[in-house]
Design a protein around this ligand. Structure first.
Ligand code: ADP
Ligand code: LRH
Length: 466
């Protein structure tokens, strides 16, 4: 009888339950359940619906039982930076605000009144993103100080969902690093920084490493899903899980974890918190085994997701991507411009950017998509150059992983602009990395290199030559 492990991977646009098991030294994965995710407007505030997400989590777990495939362990990964504050009865305080909400506008300046941007980077090595937890907490301190006063716990999204499964409150390390409040030296909360910002130190939970066995499902949840199982922490930051599933053990491998965001970078032993690195806006996120993901957040396919919601005609991702490949509009936008983070209308924003920079304004759906794909690929090219400068490495290929690795035209453009071969796959990299951490805990693999070898053997990789 196969030993099944269950990864619940929840991205900003969708979530899925993926069961994994070993068969003749290869990993076999199967999708059990898939559901939509996204931010919804609640009286002018962009919020996540955690009740909906948790119902979907349980629905997918029940499906495993229906299929007679009961996992030995389950682990959840999600996007970074977002959190809930819990009161003394473990009830959520305030709205479950998502990172694209505008509450953080101007909060960077509030933080820099206390600690300068340069010193902050030197201490934490985290790329400035206006939505990082450090700025979100400042927004609460300024706008809802009573919530911060009544808070007993701050739990990041995967921590919160795990606590609903097994009743244990802990913060997983890789997700914790996305807050901008963790020291890359000690791998623990930077309490001095936290105190200086006026955030209550007591709300921060103990940090635990990926691979930690958090305990069994609570009695109530076990009854609801119909079986007992352990909760084992993956790298709960989705990017951390995706990078664990890079199908190569070569040093200095360049990857793009391509989904709602494009996270482009390399894995390293040490964090680089230098001024040069800050100016390039690279981040040092914590990874499995205390490796660091040295990467840049690039706006990514969020731009495609957003314009597709606005197009009158409904397309599949494959269709819009293919249609874009037949266009020859040359206009480009700077994908990392903040105007694309949370615009009222992405279509209008892209057009406006082209108009004000004196370029041809895209009119049709496929022209708009073409501008976005080309702009992303150009951004990848620039990032390769910056990474080479910062790391003194020379790259021989790019591994593109995640849902975006299915975007054929983008892969072609990436190879063309960067001059590097693109190795596309696995497309379920995040869920696969989530499974790897659980499987290492379950002694299916002895090491990361064994686990990555297995990914290489188990999943098809498509190569695009420049
Ligand atoms: P996340 O986990 O961040 O929600 P995914 O890893 O699921 O995102 O990737 C979703 C993205 O992948 C979509 O926004 C879409 O642009 C792209 N994508 C998925 N499948 C295809 C396809 N067949 N062709 C082109 N793009 C695709
Ligand atoms: C990608 C991601 C990224 C974060 C963003 C909030 O899904 O986790 O690494 O910056 O979401």
């Amino acid at each position: 009888m196969a030993r099944y492990y269950l990864a619940i991977d929840i991205g900003a646009s969708s979530g899925r339950h993926i069961l994994g098991h070993m068969e003749q030294e290869k990993m076999v994965i199967e999708e059990v359940h898939r559901f939509e995710n996204g931010l919804t407007d609640k009286d002018g505030t962009l919020c996540w619906d955690f009740n909906h997400l948790f119902e979907e989590i349980l629905a997918g777990m029940r499906k495993c039982k229906e299929q007679g495939k009961i996992p030995v362990s389950v682990g959840i990964d999600t996007w970074g930076v977002d959190f809930v504050l819990l009161d003394k009865n473990n009830q959520i305080l305030g709205n479950t605000v998502g990172y694209r909400d505008h509450r953080t506008d101007g909060m960077d300046e509030e933080v820099y009144k206390i600690i300068s941007e340069k010193v902050l980077y030197r201490r934490t090595g985290i790329q400035k993103q206006i939505y990082n937890t450090i700025y979100q907490l400042m927004a609460i301190k300024r706008q809802q100080p009573e919530d911060l006063k009544h808070a007993c716990r701050m739990l990041l999204v995967p921590d919160f969902l795990h606590s609903l499964l097994c009743g244990v409150y802990a913060t997983e390390y890789t997700e914790a690093t996305t807050t901008g409040l963790v020291s890359p030296e000690t791998k623990d909360w930077d309490y001095e920084l936290i105190k200086s910002l006026g955030y209550p130190g007591k709300i921060f939970q103990n940090i635990v490493k990926p691979g930690t066995d958090l305990g069994d499902l609570s009695d109530e949840i076990r009854e609801q899903v119909g079986y007992p199982c352990k909760v084992v922490l993956p790298a709960t930051h989705d990017t951390g899980s995706a990078v664990l599933a890079v199908p190569s053990n070569d040093e200095g491998v360049l990857y793009i974890s391509s989904g709602t965001w494009s996270l482009m970078g390399v894995e390293r032993d040490e964090a680089d918190c230098s001024e040069k690195s800050r100016r390039h806006n690279f981040t040092n996120e914590g990874g499995y085994n205390y490796r660091f993901r040295y990467l840049k957040n690039i706006m990514g396919l969020w731009m495609i997701q957003s314009v597709m919601k606005e197009f009158e005609k409904k397309y599949s991702y494959a269709k819009i991507c293919e249609a874009a490949s037949h266009e020859d509009i040359k206009s480009l936008v700077d994908c990392n411009d903040n105007c694309f983070l949370s615009p009222q209308s992405m279509t209008k924003e892209v057009k406006e950017y082209c108009r004000k920079t004196g370029q041809q304004v895209p009119e049709t759906d496929s022209q708009i998509a073409c501008v976005i794909y080309n702009s992303l690929a150009v951004c990848y090219k620039d990032t390769v150059k910056e990474l080479e400068e910062s790391t003194n490495l020379k790259f021989s290929r790019i591994h593109v992983m995640g849902g975006g690795s299915n975007a054929e035209y983008l892969n072609e453009l990436t190879a063309k602009y960067t001059g590097l071969p693109v190795y596309a796959g696995p497309s379920e990299a995040t869920a696969t990395g989530n499974l790897l951490a659980q499987m290492m805990q379950g002694k299916e693999f002895d090491s990361i290199s064994e686990a990555r070898n297995c990914v290489h053997k188990s999943f098809p990789i498509k190569i695009y030559q420049p």
